[in-house]
Design a protein around this ligand. Sequence first.
Ligand SMILES: [Zn+2]
Length: 99
Amino acid sequence: MGLTRCRVCRGVVSTRTELCPYCGTQEPAKPEWPNRRYFWTSLVVVFVAIVLAQLLVWGPAERDLDEADKQLEAVERELERARQTPEYEQLRRWAEDEP
Ligand SMILES: [Zn+2]
C-alpha cells in the first residue's frame, strides 16, 4: 500500500484509507472528477474545435464578402465611366426635359 494526497485537503494519506484523517473526506485517495488535467484538456479541445469551426465555416463566408465588395467596386467604377460618356449626358438632358 502506498501513500498519496487527499483530494480535498492535500494531506498525505494511504491510498487504501477510507477516511482522510485530516479533513474526514471519504475515500480521499480517489481522484476527484473532473480532475484538473481533464478539465484543461477539455478546454483546449473545445477551443481548438471553435478555431477550426471558424476556419471552416466563417472563413469562406468572409472571403465571399470580400468578393462581393470587389464586385461592388467594379460596378461603381463601371457606372462612373458610363457617366462620363456623351450618351449619358444625352440621357440626362432628355430626362431633365421630361415634364
Ligand atoms: Zn483530507
